[in-house]
Each structure stands twice: as C-alpha cells, then as structure tokens.
Design a protein around this ligand. Structure first.
Ligand code: SAH
Ligand code: SF4
Length: 349
C-alpha cells in the first residue's frame, strides 16, 4: 500500500489545508485541483504553472490514483458500464448514459448494499473516483445520479465529499440541481444531508402503504412511510428543486394495481413530488416479475389524472446488466478465474 496522499480523495478545503501544512498558499490548492479535475492530469511534472520545487514535493508525498478499470462494456444503446477495482476482490460499477441533450453518470456509493431490498441484486461498502475517470476519457458528464450500487446515505462522509468535488467550480462545476442522490429512506441521514449538502433528492418509495413497503424493503420497519415523508417535506426547505422525486419499481402483482396508484396519489397529495415509475429489471431468482407495459401505463394514467407528473424510466443498458438494480459488482477472481457475486439478498416475497 502506498503511503502517499491520494489527491483524488481531497475536497478543495482539504487540499488547501494539506498544502498549507507544506507551506503553500491557498491559490496553489486551486491550481492543483483544476489540473486534476478539469484537465484530468495525474502527473505533477505536467502541472507546468507550479514551481518546480512544489512539483517535486508533490511527487514525493502525493499521487493522483484512480482505481484500475477491471472491465468496460458498451451497450447497443450507447450506455457504457465500468467495473472499478476497489480492493481485494471488490468491484464497483459505474454507468454512463448518453442522451441527446445530456450525459448522465450513474455512480455507486458502496460495494453492494446491506439493506437487502427484495427486488435489488446489489447486495456491501467502498468509494469511487469514477467521475474523474469518465471525464478523462472525454465523456461529457452533465448530470450525476447517485443511483448505482449501495445506499449513499449509509456512506455519508465520503458521499458528501465526492458530491462537493462534483459541485466545486474549480473541479466539475455541476449545479446542485444536476446532482441527484437516491435513497431508500434513511430518515436521520436525509435530515443530515439537508444541513451538509442539499442536492436533488430521489426517494425509493416503491409502495403506497407500510404493509407492502415492509414486505419488499426491510428498512421500512425502521423508518415507516410517515416518518419518511415528514423528512422529505422538511428537506424541501433546502432542496435545489422544489419537489422530491419518488421512485417506484413496478412489480407485477405486488404494487402495480390501479388501486395502489390511487392510494399513492392520496399519500403524496400534499407533498410537491414527481413519480418515476421503474420497470423492474429481472435477475436470477429474484422472485419478482416485471409489470406489463399496459399495467405500467394504467398506473401512470391514474397518477396523471390525479395531477401528478409521472414518468416511466427508460431501461438502458440491460443487455450489459447495467440497468437499475442489475449492478452486483461482479468481479473475476483472477486466482480462481470464476465470477463472484458479492451479495444477492434472498427474495422476500
Ligand atoms: N440505495 C439507493 C440507490 C441505489 S438503487 C436506493 O435504493 O434508492 C437505485 C434505484 O434502482 C432505486 O430506486 C432502486 O429501488 C431501483 N432498483 C433496485 N433494483 C431494481 C430492479 N431490479 N429493477 C428496477 N429498479 C431497481
Ligand atoms: Fe440497497 Fe438501494 Fe438496492 Fe435497496 S434498492 S438493496 S437500498 S441499493
């Protein structure tokens, strides 16, 4: 293991502090930060506007080291999925979704996930420097969604640091509206995020009542719907958008009936919200099935008739297992040369 400081982990305030200890002024930190994040440079010798003595000092004590790319897959629809190496046998996945008017990077916040939602194949922790990698590869990232593997609010400090680098004008300069964090509903952490760094919020609701939600999402026992919606309402005071996005995965025969849509409309009636319906992406032994397009359309219509903005998420990259809920950090153990599934929660139906 290297003893050097990896500058990719540093927010600008942290880098400023770190360079101050070496006797350097704050504007040096901004210069180094821009070299790294805006120009994708990892070699201190190439940072030509720094004094030679500083370049040498950096060369001895620091490094810019992204995780190795274990694999790269390209979907027929242009979606790209990378598997990054984050340490012994662990991989995290990042997906780039190109669209006409934007490029969205879907970022994982943990290796797997401990929350074990029944319909999700992501099964536990780590963090990433994937925005840097994507930008260096010339991909135009205009939006970031923390919707990959893992529960971002359960990896709070690193996620907040990573998002603050995304937002920093000396790095990627994304606006808080263009960075969306998706959570399964860790209520106390939603309140913490409001204080620390309120970005656009998406909440995985997936059910119109506690009975159904607890059946498919164990976290609902700890933070039932009423407490979740109260936290959402409170979050809106600081949010960069004036609504919360509620994600709703459509599971055949579980939560996809018109009466569920009516119950959902009633539940969200007084909360500024948008609903994003997600067709379930199957994976082996999930125990769930995708709702038919017709059922999804009927559900959407009930919501729209009730005055909601309700969209259906397009499935992208499913031919390379890059669609929502299909990221499982599959790593090839080079010793045994066989794929390892990190964790697949057992179906809870
Ligand atoms: N842990 C966070 C963010 C990652 S999941 C969360 O749960 O919100 C991103 C979104 O994909 C969530 O809304 C999640 O419920 C959804 N998802 C998980 N598995 C899925 C699947 N198999 N098919 C479709 N969407 C899925
Ligand atoms: Fe974790 Fe989100 Fe998957 Fe649930 S849906 S297991 S919270 S990543």
């Amino acid at each position: 293991m290297s003893e050097r400081a990896n500058l990719l982990d540093f927010t600008l305030p942290r880098l400023t502090q770190w360079l101050a200890a070496l006797g350097e002024k704050p504007f040096r930190a901004r210069q180094v930060f821009r070299w790294i994040h805006q120009r994708g440079v990892d070699d201190f010798d190439a940072m030509t506007d720094l004094a030679k003595s500083l370049r040498e000092k950096l060369g001895r004590t620091a490094e810019v080291r992204a995780p190795a790319v274990l694999s790269e897959h390209r979907s027929a629809d242009g979606t790209v999925k990378w598997l990054f190496d984050v340490g012994i046998g662990n991989g995290i996945e990042t997906v780039f979704i190109p669209e006409e008017d934007r490029g969205t990077l879907c970022v994982s916040s943990q290796v797997g996930c401990a929350l074990a939602c029944g319909f999700c194949s992501t099964g536990r922790q780590g963090f990433n420097r994937d925005l840097w990698e994507a930008t260096r590869r010339g991909l135009r990232v205009t939006n970031v969604v923390m919707m990959g593997m893992g529960e971002p609010l359960n990896n709070f400090a690193p996620v907040v640091d990573a998002m603050s680098i995304m937002l920093d004008d000396h790095a990627y300069g994304l606006s808080r509206r263009r960075v969306t964090l998706s959570t399964s509903g860790v209520v106390p952490q939603i309140r913490k995020l409001k204080e620390a760094l309120p970005v656009a919020l998406a909440v995985s609701l997936h059910a119109p009542n506690d009975a159904i939600r607890s059946r498919i999402m164990p976290i609902n026992d700890a933070y039932p719907i009423a407490s979740l919606l109260a936290a959402c309402r409170d979050y809106l005071e600081a949010a960069p958008r004036d609504f919360i996005t509620f994600e709703y995965v459509m599971l055949e025969g579980v939560n996809d009936a018109p009466e569920h849509a009516r119950e959902l409309a009633k539940l969200l009636a007084s909360l500024p919200s948008k609903v994003n319906l997600i067709p379930f992406n199957p994976f082996p032994d999930s125990g769930f099935e995708r709702s038919s397009a017709e059922r999804v359309r009927r559900f959407q219509k009930v919501l729209m008739d009730a005055g909601f903005v309700a969209t259906v998420r397009k499935t992208r990259g499913d031919d390379i297992d890059a669609a929502c809920g299909q990221l499982a950090g599959q790593v090839v153990n080079r010793m045994k040369a066989r794929p390892i599934r990190l964790h697949s929660p057992s179906p809870r139906s």
